[in-house]
Design a protein around this ligand. Sequence first.
Ligand code: NAP
Length: 226
Amino acid sequence: MRIAVLGTGMVGQAVAARLDQLGHDVTLGTREPDETRTRTATDRMGNPGVGTWLEQHPSIGLATFAAAAGAAELVVNATNGSASLEVLDQAGADNLAGKVLVDIANPLDFSQGFPPTLFVKDTDSLGEQIQRAFPDTRVVKTLNTMNASLMAHPETLAGGDHSVFVSGNDEVAKKTVAELLTSIGHTDVIDLGDLSTARGTEMLLPVWVRLMNKLGTPSFNFKIVR
Ligand SMILES: NC(=O)c1ccc[n+]([C@@H]2O[C@H](COP(=O)([O-])OP(=O)(O)OC[C@H]3O[C@@H](n4cnc5c(N)ncnc54)[C@H](OP(=O)(O)O)[C@@H]3O)[C@@H](O)[C@H]2O)c1
């Protein structure tokens, strides 16, 4: 499948690399491709800059948000939650119309430091805000409740025996996403229902960040025992 992964951070890189490995035709979306390629400095976690990462992944393309989305059959939103609506505006409603949008973004507000708060919650969610802004796009919220490396390689923790949630209004879109998740290696895909259920998974983030603080690692996940 031709897939646009909008976002060049840890999530965009991890998901793009895994989808590329599975044989999909993947292009990352970014604001300024030429500028993005110049980002070669290693970050404080020891990860290469995205410019270096792109050199290491020559089969993955880089384009503007609009060009990447326009050419894709399926689009992934792996952008900063505070910028997601703006990014999707740049991608263009026409380029997103009719397509499945896998929304991984979280509505985290770091303006008051750590732990972050949620800039939308309880009676609304970022996933629903995106769906309202792009009514012709089929938004499916998923993967936002685990760290980037587990999204792409669930098998590295407990043999993949942990859970991933799916929320969306379009049953066919959710089925497409569930199949994609299964192909990545997710073994327990829980369809929570319509997109309003994304309120619940986005509101898991306050628990997730406190667990990360306590455990001293992002390498853990929720497993729903029933
Ligand atoms: N990190 C994780 O393990 C994790 C886990 C679960 C969910 N998430 C969620 O996944 C999303 C991506 O996280 P991340 O850590 O990979 O990266 P991030 O640093 O949150 O976002 C990076 C992306 O956001 C874009 N962006 C940032 N500010 C922008 C602005 N003002 N206008 C337009 N674009 C802007 C950047 O565009 P450029 O490419 O142009 O710079 C870049 O592509 C976030 O919503 C995060 O909450 C992350």
